[in-house]
Design a protein around this ligand. Structure first.
Ligand code: ATP
Length: 234
């Protein structure tokens, strides 16, 4: 499979604190990859390092055939990487529709527009004039995903999109994933819910204390291997 994203030897830092150590992670064209790991393992940091939001050093970082190490966040976004951040981060004073339209700014042209997002998440249609904060957690998550899609990403990064949501809402949200992939986007999801990650991903990476401890297809990994990679149990 052709590699869309390839990070080799990625190290990330918060001041003197090193959060990632020599991380090698790739995403193939059209692939859905899940990044799992316990609280504090470094999953969000990996996404933030990729998108230029935390300082990092990397041996090689390529995306869609270009070396993107050191690029600023806005250039990375224009190149086709969009992040659905942990905690959704909607603009509270703006309506659902305004939040979605902001996602299109500086993005690429393509099949995703307001109509396509409302088709994907019909719950948002009647809420479109409401402020982002007057929505349920699940609806807010839909807006956050829709906002990222409005930039027509080549690679969509999703940080813990199931956090704090009920199982039914999580199912509804994850049901959108095949449609997003069908639009041509590759997907990298960060998930604490291992079952969910294994259900949606073609390939999984596990991080522990800033290092990749396991990688493989869901079918190739045993529960024991995953537990050891996740918790450090033997
Ligand atoms: P979570 O599920 O809790 O978000 P995570 O796997 O995404 O976990 P990160 O948020 O990437 O983990 O955190 C990795 C490490 O970096 C942790 O030790 C965390 O305390 C530290 N860290 C994260 N953000 C900062 C920050 N802004 N300043 C300093 N240290 C940070």
């Amino acid at each position: 499979m052709t590699k869309l994203l390839e990070a080799k030897g990625l190290e990330a830092f918060y001041g003197d604190f090193q959060a990632l150590f020599g991380v090698d992670i790739s995403v193939g064209e059209g692939e859905a990859v899940a990044l799992i790991g316990a609280n504090g393992a470094g999953k969000s940091t990996f996404l933030k390092a990729l998108t230029g939001l935390v300082p990092s050093h990397v041996k090689a970082l390529s995306f869609n055939g270009e070396a993107i190490a050191g690029w600023r966040a806005d250039r990375i976004h224009r190149a086709g990487i969009a992040l659905v951040p942990e905690g959704r981060r909607l603009f509270p004073s703006l309506s659902v529709e305004e939040n979605l339209l902001i996602g299109a700014a500086g993005g690429r042209k393509g099949a995703w527009n307001l109509e396509a997002v409302y088709d994907l998440f019909p719950d948002l249609v009647e809420k479109r004039k409401n402020p982002g904060t007057a929505l349920s957690g699940g609806q807010q998550q839909m807006v956050a995903i829709g906002r990222a899609l409005m930039s027509n990403p080549v690679l969509l990064l999703c940080d813990e999109i199931s956090l704090g949501l009920s199982p039914k809402i999580i199912r509804d949200i994850y049901r959108a994933l095949p449609k997003i992939r069908a639009s041509g986007a590759s997907v990298l999801v960060v998930e604490q819910d291992v079952g969910q990650a294994l259900a949606v991903a073609d390939r999984v990476y596990c991080l522990m204390e800033g290092r990749v401890t396991l990688t493989g297809t869901p079918a190739s990994l045993t529960r024991k291997e995953i537990a050891a990679a996740y918790f450090g149990a033997s």
